[in-house]
Structures are given as structure tokens and as C-alpha cells.
Design a protein around this ligand. Structure first.
Ligand SMILES: C[S@@+](CC[C@H](N)C(=O)[O-])C[C@H]1O[C@@H](n2cnc3c(N)ncnc32)[C@H](O)[C@@H]1O
Length: 300
């Protein structure tokens, strides 16, 4: 389902070149192994002339022209976090480990700064967080920016009830709400920025495209932060490493991280989702340990 009127178009696409040797090597490998996944942004290939006419629900996580191997390395299996048959304390445990790993890697701080950089022109930015989970990103944003106002949301009522019971619930610059990122209950341009962190891969392509449409409707910019989908040939060793590292700490966490990488959208898939949203969305893609996507509607 297209959410906006008008001809789907890709207005811009760009990625930064990594500045570490390791980053460059991974990028080189990625270019060689996933030739349909534009990475340098300067030479769109024939395969990138995607016209938005594919069956979006069947969009491969590796993009419209993903290799056969890449298509094999994806799954419709849900994470425990998305399953109704999984106990709340298991889900809470996954959020807890997720939070601790983020703290250990200093990624909360890194991601909060990336988010605030997108609204550096506003002294009192209005920020909507979608799929907030434990709310760590919003908490850090409020600490770092004395003027920021956040609306902290998630689709899961239990998660939101727990968020409301934290200090975010009583914070003078925060509002905690249940919200579905695919059908945002807010007027057009209500926010400076909508941010969704580590959550887009949870959604099917149809719903992910709706996030692009809705996020860019209610906010000047939509920032999507998610894990980087590794090149298919590296996925198997990558997934093995995840199991080895995390299964001894927490099986449910290892299970969800494993599925996360199989469901992660590649840059060309993200572009296809934005095209499918059909609102004349401009995309800027870059990588800083995470896949960073900034989407905005080209407003006439
Ligand atoms: C892995 S957690 C990410 C939590 C947090 N953003 C972080 O980075 O730690 C994914 C969250 O997305 C939420 N979610 C899934 N589908 C959603 C939707 N359609 N709208 C809003 N939130 C959604 C889930 O309930 C879950 O809390």
C-alpha cells in the first residue's frame, strides 16, 4: 500500500566512506559481494533504478536485487520481543541485556548525540521517539539537551507502562505514550524530529514503508538507526560469533540479536521502502557503527 500520493521517486542517496582500515575493508568486500547494494553513493548502478513497482511485502531484506545467498539469509521468524506468547519478564530481560551491552559499548551516548545533531538548529527541539523500548535514548537526549522535549512511545502497552513508571513518566520535558509507528497519532509537522532506533527491522516491508511515510509526515526529519546488515558472505561467521558471545549470557537476547541481523534492511532495501512510501522522500544514508538513515519529504 502506498501511503502518499504522487509518483514514487528516489531524490537522493548518499553514504559516507568509513575512515578506518577495517571499515574500508568491510566496504570493499561489501561492494564486491553485494554489487546491487549501492555503497559509495556516487555511481548508481542499473539495479538501483528501482521504480517502486515490486510487491513490497516480498521485498528482500537485502534490497530489490539481493543475491540468492542474501535472500536465504533472512527470516520471517519473530524476535521474542514481538511475540505474544513470550512472558513479559523474558522481554524485560532482553531489554535489560540490550541496555547493558549499549552502556558497555557507549552506544547510548553516541546515538543520542547523532540524534541531537539532526536538530542542532533548534534550541528547544521537539523529538518523537518511536519503538522506544526501555527509553534509554530519550533519557540520554534529555540529559544532553536542556531544551529538548521528547514524546517517548512504543507499540507495546506493557513496555509503555514500565516506561511511565520510570523517571521519564514524571519528567517535565517528556511525555510517554502508546503509539504505533506505522499510524502515528499526531498532526503533520508536529515534531522537529522523529527517531526510531533498533526497531525498523522488527517490521515487515509494508509496515516499514508506512513508518517512512508517517515519520516524515509528523516530523521535519525522520531518523532511523538500526544495525548494519552485513554482506551475505560475512553473515554466517557474524551470526556464529553472536551465538558464541551472547548465548552464554542470555539465550533470549542471543536469539533476538541473531534474528535482528537476518531481518536488518540493507541500504538498497531502505531506499526501496522510502520509494514505496511515495511521498517524494529524500534519503541520506551513512554508517557510524550503525546504519543511519535520515529521511525527509521534499516540501514544495
Ligand atoms: C529492540 S527494541 C528497541 C528499543 C530501543 N529503541 C533501543 O534501541 O533499545 C524494539 C522495540 O520496537 C517496538 N515496536 C515494534 N513494532 C513497533 C511499531 N509498529 N510501532 C512502535 N514500536 C514498535 C517493540 O515493542 C520494541 O520495544
Amino acid at each position: 500500500m502506498n501511503c502518499c500520493k504522487g509518483a514514487p521517486q528516489i531524490v537522493a542517496q548518499r553514504e559516507v566512506t568509513p575512515n578506518t582500515l577495517c571499515g574500508r575493508l568491510v566496504q570493499l568486500l561489501h561492494n564486491r559481494l553485494s554489487p546491487n547494494d549501492l555503497i559509495d553513493g556516487h555511481h548508481p548502478r542499473v539495479s538501483d533504478r528501482f521504480d517502486g513497482l515490486i510487491d513490497i511485502e516480498r521485498l528482500p531484506r537485502g534490497g530489490p536485487n539481493a543475491s540468492r545467498l542474501d535472500r536465504m539469509l533472512q527470516t520471517d521468524r519473530l524476535e521474542y520481543l514481538d511475540r505474544d506468547d513470550i512472558a513479559d519478564d523474558v522481554k524485560e530481560g532482553i531489554h535489560r541485556v540490550w541496555d547493558r551491552v549499549g552502556g558497555f559499548l557507549h552506544s547510548h551516548d553516541h546515538l543520542a548525540r547523532i540524534t541531537l545533531a539532526e536538530v542542532s538548529d533548534a534550541t528547544e527541539p521537539r523529538i518523537l521517539e518511536l519503538g522506544a523500548g526501555p527509553g534509554t535514548l530519550s533519557r540520554r537526549i534529555l540529559e544532553l539537551s536542556p531544551g529538548a522535549r521528547t514524546t517517548v512511545t512504543d507499540i507495546d502497552p506493557v513496555t509503555v507502562a514500565k516506561l511511565a513508571a520510570t523517571h521519564l513518566g514524571g519528567h517535565p520535558r517528556a511525555t510517554v505514550r502508546i503509539m504505533d509507528a506505522t499510524a502515528i497519532d499526531a498532526p503533520d509537522n508536529a515534531y522537529d524530529l522523529a527517531v526510531m532506533c533498533n526497531s525498523l527491522h522488527h517490521l515487515t516491508p509494508t509496515r516499514a514503508a508506512q513508518v517512512f511515510a508517517e515519520g516524515t509526515r509528523v516530523a521535519r526529519k525522520l531518523l532511523i538507526i538500526d544495525v548494519i546488515r552485513p554482506p551475505s558472505i560475512l553473515l554466517v561467521p557474524h551470526l556464529s560469533m553472536i551465538l558464541l558471545l551472547f548465548a552464554p549470557i542470555s539465550w533470549p537476547y542471543a536469539h533476538d540479536v541473531f534474528i535482528t541481523f537476518l531481518r536488518a534492511y540493507s541500504p538498497s532495501a531502505l531506499r526501496a521502502l522510502a520509494v514505496h512510501a511515495g511521498c517524494g522522500i529524500e534519503l541520506k544514508l551513512r554508517r557510524t557503527g550503525f546504519q543511519i538513515t535520515v529521511a525527509a519529504r521534499v516540501r514544495g
